[in-house]
Design a protein around this ligand. Structure first.
Ligand SMILES: C[S@@+](CC[C@H](N)C(=O)[O-])C[C@H]1O[C@@H](n2cnc3c(N)ncnc32)[C@H](O)[C@@H]1O
Length: 201
């Protein structure tokens, strides 16, 4: 990660600390962890809050084609940089709360959503719009990946229950400042089906 990216990120944080929510971009350990279940076969990927694009680079390193990546970023300080860096990706400058809007993503069904958003500091209504809207864009077995610096999933249980979702911790990394965990959020039905014992023919 270049020092100009770190500086850009720090300036963005000074201007909008609640939105940017970190003084520095995520590190390589977290970028690797949050993308570890994704590959070219996952299908189109939607990234929320890409910032300077550290998770995007990790997706490309895992073989995802740039044209298969869509991003939603609210920060005007990051969008021109992302457009220069990832010219084949679809980059939308808007609030991730708009994700459920019919005209926004032109009917693409995604295999996974990677979220860099500070969900923990958002109002419950915003989290419901973002997470519920994401699942309206995800394939039936698609997953939503979220990181957190805290000890529990940043999407509270009442919201998961209301949206019929389940969260599973997939790992922790110290190769990030601060150390972070990643959760996979999936539809309850997918987990229930996986948990069923094999049925007699
Ligand atoms: C903690 S930073 C993560 C950036 C990058 N993914 C990383 O890990 O380095 C949060 C990012 O989410 C963006 N963001 C915050 N709220 C947003 C919203 N409502 N809609 C879209 N992007 C948002 C910020 O501008 C910032 O780029």
């Amino acid at each position: 990660m270049s020092s100009s990216d770190k500086l850009r990120f720090f300036h963005a944080w000074l201007k909008a600390p609640l939105r940017v929510a970190s003084i520095t971009p995520s590190g390589t350990g977290l970028s690797a962890l949050i993308t570890c279940e994704i590959g070219p076969a996952t299908g189109p990927i939607l990234e929320l809050g890409p910032g300077t694009g550290v998770f995007t680079r990790a997706l490309l390193a895992r073989g995802v084609a740039e044209r298969d990546i869509s991003m939603i970023e609210l920060g005007g300080e990051f969008v021109p940089l992302l457009r220069r860096r990832f010219p084949a990706a679809r980059i939308l400058r808007t609030d991730a709360r708009e994700i459920g809007r019919d005209d926004l993503l032109h009917g693409t069904l995604f295999g996974a959503v990677i979220s860099g958003l500070p969900l923990i500091s958002m109002k419950p209504e915003a989290v419901i719009d973002i997470v519920g809207g994401s699942f309206s864009r995800l394939k039936p077995d698609g997953a939503f990946y979220q990181f957190t610096y805290g000890p529990v999933c940043p999407i509270r249980n009442s919201i998961l229950k209301r949206l019929h979702l389940r969260a599973e911790w997939i790992g922790h990394t110290f190769r990030n400042f601060p150390p972070a965990s990643v959760y996979r959020i999936a539809r309850e039905t997918i987990r229930a089906q996986q948990a069923l014992p094999p049925q007699p023919a």
